[in-house]
Design a protein around this ligand. Structure first.
Ligand SMILES: Nc1ncnc2c1ncn2[C@@H]1O[C@H](COP(=O)(O)OP(=O)(O)OP(=O)(O)O)[C@@H](O)[C@H]1O
Length: 368
């Protein structure tokens, strides 16, 4: 006889490589990490993203074992490695670390730096060192010393050193913030592909949304010690939970309105405000790149549509070219100043009348 078991989607996922449950840490009676839970699979990069002081580094330090939580548990491959009574020491957690001030050992060669945490015979160590230095395109520097390398090269050695012992988990705290912009993108991409090849579960701390979007399979947005939203970068960006979550990723425009019959009325027409009672004050939030701009045609703008609503008139207050895009500020006839970004060069004259529309699928309506 065959027995059928119902299985949920969660049952089908492999055991997370790293799981933290309900971590809390207090400093001076104040929770700086407040009930943080997270699962990271093998080969997955999760970015803890949030403003300075929101508890990202403290969370990372608890996973590394250099900071003790006040409550909560940490599991690796389903095995408890730390709660408030039991604690595997940091050096036995099979965790690789990479921080901004990664400090290579100055008196050791590149090869010896990378071999530092390795076990095994001389030949095995040498093979692993050569493999990794080739992988990060630094094989020719195997016998160099750290001071002979550029900042970007040192960073790649630090990555090779951290990944050499095949850690199950890599913890990275703002690892690229010491590098100049030109170097950064290349090193980020190289780091990401190496981490994926080595199948480490990665937790990367950053306060830069662009870095989190570029590196993360998942983003955990933190604020005030809590994870306020978590998901794939696309979902976190396009379905933010509140105004602050929108504003963390880009500049925002805000319209104020009051709900009447599940609609918020604005100079751009009505916005759906489902589930909100009449009289609720709301904010309609949208990003500068989502404003549509039309020229004035004898005092009129485009006809209203269901998709874009009603056009409202404004006059150019200021226009600036920023390299990849132009930023235009409009003084709207209804009083508000709105910012719009347009790809490439768009520099209309100051005072010129133009009509703006706000596509409904790009707007978020939040109670105030
Ligand atoms: N050892 C400590 N003693 C007291 N307060 C601390 C200690 N470590 C961190 N804090 C406080 O805890 C809060 C969170 O710090 P944490 O370093 O985790 O934030 P963060 O999000 O990583 O910020 P940053 O990006 O600036 O490093 C901060 O307000 C910080 O001042």
């Amino acid at each position: 006889m065959t027995t059928l078991h119902a299985s949920s989607a969660a049952d089908l996922l492999p055991e997370p490589r790293l799981e933290i449950r309900n971590l809390r840490r207090f400093f001076d009676g104040r929770p700086v990490v407040d009930d943080v839970s997270l699962k990271v699979q093998k080969g997955q990069v999760t970015c803890l993203l949030g403003p300075s002081g929101c508890g990202k580094s403290t969370t990372l330090r608890m996973i590394a074992g250099v900071e003790m939580q006040d409550s909560g548990q940490i599991y690796v491959d389903g095995k408890l490695i730390c709660d408030t009574v039991f604690r595997v020491p940091p050096e036995r957690r099979e965790i690789g670390l990479m921080f901004q001030d990664f400090a290579l050992f100055p008196h050791l060669s590149v090869a010896d730096n990378v071999a530092f945490g390795l076990k095994g015979s001389r030949a095995e160590k040498r093979a692993r060192v050569e493999e990794l230095l080739t992988r990060v395109s630094l094989a020719r520097h195997i016998d160099s010393f750290p001071h002979e390398l550029s900042g970007g090269e040192q960073q790649r050695v630090a990555l090779a050193r951290a990944i050499a012992p095949r850690p199950k988990i890599m913890l990275m705290d703002e690892p690229f913030s010491g590098l100049d912009n030109r170097l950064r993108d290349g090193i980020r991409d190289e780091t990401l592909s190496l981490l994926k090849e080595e199948e480490a579960a990665v937790v990367l701390v950053t306060h830069e949304p662009e870095e989190a979007m570029r590196m993360g399979d998942e983003i955990a947005l933190m604020r005030g010690g809590k994870i306020v939203q978590q998901g794939a970068p696309y979902n976190v960006y396009t379905r933010p939970i509140d105004k602050a979550a929108v504003a963390f990723f880009s500049d925002v425009n805000i319209l104020h309105a009051t709900v009447n019959g599940a609609l918020a009325q604005t100079p751009f027409g009505d916005f759906f405000a489902p589930g909100l009672e009449d009289g609720t004050e709301v904010e309609i939030v949208f990003r500068p790149q989502h404003i549509r701009i039309d020229f004035d045609r004898a005092g009129r703008g485009p006809e209203p549509t269901a998709k874009d609503g009603v056009a409202a008139r404004g006059r150019v207050k200021r226009a600036r070219f920023l390299g990849n895009e132009s930023l235009v500020e409009f003084q709207m006839d209804f009083g508000t100043v709105l910012k719009a970004t347009v790809p490439n060069v768009f520099l209309p004259a100051e005072g010129r009348a133009m009509w703006l529309t706000v596509p409904r699928n790009r707007c978020f309506v939040f109670p105030r």
